[in-house]
Design a protein around this ligand. Structure first.
Ligand SMILES: [Zn+2]
Length: 169
């Protein structure tokens, strides 16, 4: 696990607490070099998100890359993974999405799309709030929920989340 440079996290980081999976949104002010690699895998998924959202999410001006520096930590008997994060790079003067490479490959496609939609919701829409309302069955009401929903919720409410993605920013 890479050592976390907490000095980079200046404005705020929100890591929400669901065991095993969490999405973090951070607006990070950094002097480090911005993304210098693109990933075919991520760009492919960006393309799928664009199609899914009728072009509303997945804007090219937001770069996206795998990161090995996303926090993973243990609290009690639970392990928390930060699946994705939105950063602002002062060197590139643009928002950038970081994706947890280790965890990415274990996710079903819909979950990957939910994660990307969420991070583009932050980075593209410049929206750093979460919509944490729950439906009656306990599933997240919105793809901007602070916690990445479990697979059964994503499948059950897929049409709802896709409709929200099509609404754009
Ligand atoms: Zn978030």
């Amino acid at each position: 696990m890479a050592k976390i440079n907490w000095r980079n996290v200046v404005l705020y980081t929100v890591v929400l607490s669901i065991p095993f999976f969490a999405i973090s949104c951070a607006m990070e002010v950094t002097k480090l070099k911005g993304h210098n690699k693109t990933s075919n895998e991520l760009e492919h998924t960006r393309g799928l998100l664009k199609e899914l959202s009728d072009g509303k999410l997945g804007a090219d001006r937001v770069s996206i890359a795998f990161s090995k520096e996303l926090p993973e930590y243990v609290k009690g008997s639970d392990v928390f993974f930060v699946m994705g994060r939105c950063n602002f790079s002062w060197s590139n003067m643009q928002f950038e999405v970081d994706i947890n490479k280790t965890r990415w490959y274990y996710q079903p496609l819909r979950r990957k799309l939910m994660l990307l939609a969420h991070e583009f919701g932050h980075c593209q829409c410049v929206n750093f709030t979460h919509t944490d309302k729950k439906l009656k069955d306990g599933c997240a009401s919105h793809y901007m929920n602070g916690q990445l929903p479990q697979d059964n919720c994503i499948d059950k409410h897929w049409n709802r989340y896709v409709k929200q993605m099509k609404e754009g920013c």
